[in-house]
Design a protein around this ligand. Structure first.
Ligand code: ADE
Length: 225
C-alpha cells in the first residue's frame, strides 16, 4: 500500500511514522508513506497557500491551485483508490472505515488547515471526507496521523501476531475484554482464576462474556449496530 499525504506542515506529521509499529511497517516495505509540502506547489515568491474568504468572514481558505498541482502530479504517476480530505464535517472514522481503507492500494490524504480548503477542491478531487471525531483540531495533520495508524496496523504482516488486529476492540462491534499479566496477585488484587484453568474453551467463553458486559455498560450504542 502507498499513502501520499499532502500538507502545509509535514514536520507536524512525520514523527508518528518514525517510531514503533509504523516505522517497522515502512522499513519492511509493507507500506510506503510520502509527504508532500503544498508550498512546493506554489508559484509566487511568498509560497502562498491560503487567502481571504470571498464574501467576507473570519479565517483563511486554502487555495485550490497548489492542491490541484500536487494532486494532478500524483495522479499522473499512478491511479488512486481514494482521495481523502481530513475535515471535522466528514464521515466519523470508525473501525469499519479503517478496515476498508487498509485493503486499498494507493490513497491520498489531504490535510486541511486554517478554515479549510476551497469548496471546489472537495467537488473536483476529493472522493472521501473523514473526521476523527466531533471536535475541531487546528489542522488535519493529527487526524491524518490517527487515520494512517489505524489503517497501517491492519495491513497483513504489520502486527507480529496476525490475529491481534482481529481481537481489537470494535472488530465485531464489541470492546476488548480485560487482560492481565504477571504477577498473579498484586497487593491483594488477583487475576481471575479462569485464566489459569488451562480450559481454553472456558477462557474464550469468559472473554466473550466480559467483552459483552463491558460493551453493554460502556458503549451500549455499539450493540445496536
Ligand atoms: N481537521 C480539523 N478537525 C478535524 C477533525 N476532527 N477530524 C479530521 N480533520 C480535522
Amino acid at each position: 500500500m502507498r499513502i501520499d499525504i499532502i500538507t502545509v506542515l509535514p514536520e507536524l506529521l512525520k514523527s508518528p511514522f518514525e517510531a514503533s509499529i509504523l516505522k517497522r511497517a515502512i522499513e519492511a516495505n509493507l507500506v510506503e508513506v510520502h509527504f508532500h509540502n503544498l508550498r512546493d506547489y506554489t508559484s509566487d515568491n511568498y509560497k502562498t497557500v491560503d487567502d481571504y474568504q470571498f464574501g467576507g468572514g473570519a479565517g483563511m481558505v486554502m487555495l485550490i491551485e497548489p492542491i490541484d498541482k500536487c494532486i494532478t502530479k500524483l495522479k499522473s504517476e499512478r491511479t488512486y483508490d481514494e482521495i481523502i480530505y481530513m475535515t471535522p464535517d466528514g464521515e466519523t472514522l470508525k473501525q469499519g472505515v479503517a478496515n476498508a481503507l487498509s485493503l486499498k492500494k494507493n490513497i491520498i490524504v489531504l490535510c486541511g488547515h486554517y478554515k479549510g480548503v476551497d469548496q471546489r477542491v472537495r467537488d473536483m478531487f476529493v472522493t472521501k471526507e473523514i473526521s476523527i471525531g466531533d471536535y475541531v483540531l487546528s489542522g488535519g495533520e493529527l487526524g491524518a496521523a490517527v487515520l494512517c495508524d489505524a489503517i497501517i496496523r491492519l495491513i497483513p504482516g504489520v502486527l507480529g501476531n496476525e490475529t491481534s488486529a482481529l481481537t481489537d476492540s470494535f472488530q465485531d462491534n464489541l470492546l476488548a475484554p480485560p487482560i492481565y499479566t504477571r504477577p498473579r496477585d498484586y497487593k491483594g488484587h488477583k487475576v481471575p482464576d479462569v485464566l489459569f484453568s488451562g480450559n481454553f474453551p472456558e477462557i474464550e467463553k469468559w472473554r466473550e462474556n466480559q467483552a459483552y458486559e463491558r460493551t453493554k455498560s460502556r458503549r451500549p450504542d455499539l450493540l445496536d449496530d
